[in-house]
Design a protein around this ligand. Sequence first.
Ligand SMILES: NC(=O)C1=CN([C@@H]2O[C@H](COP(=O)(O)OP(=O)(O)OC[C@H]3O[C@@H](n4cnc5c(N)ncnc54)[C@H](O)[C@@H]3O)[C@@H](O)[C@H]2O)C=CC1
Ligand SMILES: CC(=O)N[C@@H]1[C@@H](OP(=O)(O)OP(=O)(O)OC[C@H]2O[C@@H](n3ccc(=O)[nH]c3=O)[C@H](O)[C@@H]2O)O[C@H](C(=O)O)[C@@H](O)[C@@H]1O
Length: 513
Amino acid sequence: MEQREQVGLYDSNLSDSAQREALTTGSIPVAVYGLGKMGLPLAGVYAETTGNVTGVDVDPAVVETVDAGDCHVVGEPGLDQLVAEQVEAGRLEATTDGPAAAGRARIHVVIVPTLLDEADDPDLTTVESVADDVAAGLEPGDLVIAESTLPPGTCRDVLRPHLSAKSGLEPDEFGLAFCPERTSSGTALRDVRGQYPKVVGGVDDESTRAASVVYDELSDNDVHPVSDATTAEAVKVFEGVYRDVNIALANELGRLADELGISAREAFATANDLPMCQLHDPGPGVGGHCIPFYPHFLLSGAEEPLELTRTAREINDGMPAVVVDRLEGQLAAVEDGTDVAAGESPLEDATVVVLGITYRPGVEETRASPAIGVIDALDEAGADVVGVDPLVDPGEYGARAIDREDLPDESVDAIVLVTPHEEFGAIEWDTLEPTVIVDGRDALAGDGSVASETALERHRVYTLGGSRSGAPPRGHAGSSRTDVEPVDGTIETGTDAHPEPTDAGRTDGGDDV
Ligand SMILES: NC(=O)C1=CN([C@@H]2O[C@H](COP(=O)(O)OP(=O)(O)OC[C@H]3O[C@@H](n4cnc5c(N)ncnc54)[C@H](O)[C@@H]3O)[C@@H](O)[C@H]2O)C=CC1
Ligand SMILES: CC(=O)N[C@@H]1[C@@H](OP(=O)(O)OP(=O)(O)OC[C@H]2O[C@@H](n3ccc(=O)[nH]c3=O)[C@H](O)[C@@H]2O)O[C@H](C(=O)O)[C@@H](O)[C@@H]1O
């Protein structure tokens, strides 16, 4: 990448318009650390805006792919084209050499994972490792932007001192702001470009100002500056906790469907007629390395007990076991000869297929995926667990992997639909031997219309929480109704991450169907 007169935004003496001109003409080189599901789209949009971006990743395969103008992130409309164009135009390149990239850059964007350790405490080693790379090339006037979701207080108490100590600069010689990514897999480019206002919070006012200039140029939406970095970090984590708690509420109320003999999903959709009600979707659990992780960024260090946040985590983490319990009840209802009262389980030696291992349809991510909990519980119960997933190898998660096309060849006692990938829409249910099906995502329900002859009719379908069509879960021991309407054989799948709430009351919780 050609060398240009370099400009630093932090404490710049240039006019606002001159700063913007420098940014959008490549005179303020940018380094983006982390080229994953969120980092690559972000680097692409930075390249589109500034024309001078170096992406940094520790994975040589990622760097090789991006440097070749290719895209390793699946399921992101427009991303492969954007990466190809920006690399071809010399506006984006990739490297594994973080310190070298830092030496060339004047804006440093950190978007690597913020995970949990064995004790569910935040693990910032990756972020700190990137801070080491940045510090190796940090110069007065540089701006560091943290986009990785962080426990509130991290920029002020960890990153700023770390960067200062490792670079030898005084804390007030460089800028540091927290600017969270409000993006979802499946709509990342749309979101990065400005689906939502961009939150910006600096460790000082000058950092907030400089970062606001950057995102005012990068995003089509408003920039929403807040008082400081800690407030911005809290905004992001609170968004996630709101979601986790509301999913837990949906899961808890959804479990009432059996004993009430109703469809909780129908009740939720109706309750959501009210703008003040946003009941989310019940399901087999909460996956990904975001929503199930962010509450621990508070639970780990807060003095406040945070009972609701903690209980919600426990409810959601308990959903895979609920799914397996419901499955056991279905099998017991159709199988004779198993003495459940004597502690025998119909799951013993049963062949159970788990459909969908990743945490969301179309997203190649398995961290905290509910399917892993379902597989482990089935394995524990002595079942022969088979797995089907178009994006990952179920064999790596404790199941015997088969292809979707091979389902008819399997002698199956039950099928559990955990994550409704698009590809599962091609399953020909009427070619399968009659079996028990637990639909964790209400993905088998068609438009609620009753088809006279449906491909699923030969099977016994149990829909967790009931179906949006109004059918209650089917035949669970506690259910008072079994006269449920058959569902049609279509699968509603998809990767539409966050449909806008519609006047039918669908919330943005229904990202799985
Ligand atoms: N995935 C999502 O839906 C969203 C994620 N976020 C946040 O974005 C951050 C990144 O998440 P994802 O992109 O999903 O992660 P990811 O796991 O898809 O990608 C992370 C990338 O960082 C690379 N990496 C790891 N250590 C590195 C290091 N020391 N230096 C440079 N690269 C390194 C990995 O090789 C990988 O390519 C997280 O903090 C997450 O909380 C925010 C909004 C949405
Ligand atoms: C507040 C919010 O909506 N956060 C989004 C979330 O995206 P993420 O890809 O993690 O997926 P998600 O749609 O929240 O789903 C997480 C998990 O929860 C499950 N889920 C989701 C919604 C729901 O009503 N019921 C439910 O069971 C999903 O199946 C999945 O297993 O986390 C992202 C993040 O911050 O990483 C964030 O940018 C996204 O906007």
